[in-house]
Design a protein around this ligand. Structure first.
Ligand code: AHM
Ligand code: MG
Length: 344
């Protein structure tokens, strides 16, 4: 049984961030930014937790730029994050999966040096069925000399991220964070209202026997993915020589949280349905922040053909195929792609 932190030994998110600032690893503005995002996530957590009692379930009756129907909680979470981050003076601009273009900081407020990107409520299909959902965020520096950030200023590869994280609204609410110095998990103490450090330096096992993919798309996959998953399913009798288990929550935050906790590989590959868009998941709001967290925990993240964090974004809502998790398993999936491409 893991030991719960006592009141005297507990490290709050605030204390963790102040110590990182003292060590010179984050600026005061980045500390403020993370505190503000964490506070907004607490508000979202309360709304998610109220469920039907809060009148927040169901469709909003609107659609986003991706052509997806928005849920009331998608819209509410987006508003909470926008309002919380508008006035602090730490941002030069924001971008959200739910908004067509980047969002300027209103003229009445001072501007800072950071750019914040987020998927306000990931796993929308799970909202109305009381399964874990989450918020994902990524922080970039605004290019020098730019005070009013526009879309093109956000188009930086994931290696440029200075911070990334997610909050999972599950049986407990957890914030998982990296500022490039390991990946750390904080659990929300609901009575006190603060996030408490519960796992320092998460480490993803390099080997795994668990994979996460939406198997209903199998017939739409490309050849290397067919071959890779075919060999996973063949189990002990196949070339991999071991049986694999499968899990798919359909909330990326929940699937990635499981992988950060006990290992595994998460994949949303290119398939015939999403090929025209380049994939299903979004580079800037989903793939990049998750890849930064996973690499900082000793895992790997790839499109199947390129390290995720090195992909040069061509648009705010660019989509990519995703493979991330246990290092050796991601390398194996990448090898299937390389071998296929070499033969072709
Ligand atoms: P969303 O941001 O609109 O919620 O979409 C992203 C989600 C991921 O959380 C999840 O991994 C994936 O879409 C599930 O897709 P599918 O329903 O095709 O299995
Ligand atoms: Mg999402």
């Amino acid at each position: 049984m893991t030991q719960a932190p006592s009141a005297s030994t507990a490290v709050s998110l605030t204390r963790y961030l102040i110590e990182e600032q003292r060590a010179g690893r984050i600026s005061p503005d980045l500390r403020l930014l993370i505190e503000v995002v964490a506070r907004a996530c607490k508000t979202i957590s309360i709304a998610v937790g109220k469920g039907a009692l809060g009148g927040v379930l169901g469709d909003a009756g609107t659609g986003n730029i991706q052509g997806e129907a928005q849920k009331k909680l998608d819209v509410l979470s987006n508003e909470i994050l926008l309002e919380a981050n508008a006035w602090g003076g730490h941002l030069a601009g924001l971008a959200s999966e739910e908004m067509d273009t980047s969002h300027p900081i209103p003229d009445v407020y001072p501007r800072g040096n950071y750019l914040l990107l987020f998927d306000p409520l990931d796993g929308s299909s799970n909202i109305d069925v009381n399964i874990s959902v989450g918020t994902i965020f990524s922080v970039l520096r605004c290019p020098d000399g730019v005070t009013q950030a526009q879309d093109q200023h956000f188009l930086q590869p994931g290696t440029e991220q200075v911070c990334a994280g997610y909050t999972t609204y599950g049986p407990s609410t957890m914030l998982v964070l990296t500022i490039g110095n390991g990946t750390h998990a904080f659990t929300l103490d609901r009575e006190v209202g603060s996030f408490v450090l519960t796992t320092r330096d998460m480490k993803i096992p390099e080997e795994t026997k668990e994979f996460a993919v939406n198997m209903s798309n199998q017939r739409y996959w490309q050849a290397p993915m067919q071959a890779y998953v075919g060999d996973l399913l063949a189990g002990k009798e196949g070339p991999r020589g071991k049986d694999f288990n499968m899990r798919w929550v359909a909330s990326m935050v929940a699937d990635v949280h499981r992988i950060l906790t006990r290992g595994g590989i998460f994949s949303y590959p290119l398939d015939a349905k999403c090929a025209a868009q380049g994939g299903k998941l979004r580079l800037m709001y989903e793939a990049n922040p998750m890849s930064f967290l996973v690499e900082q925990a000793g895992g790997a993240a790839s499109t199947g053909r390129q390290r995720m964090l090195e992909v040069q974004p061509t648009g705010l809502h660019m989509r990519v195929p995703v493979f991330l998790g246990s290092k050796h398993e991601v390398e194996t999936a990448v090898r299937y792609h390389a071998e296929h491409d070499a033969q072709a």
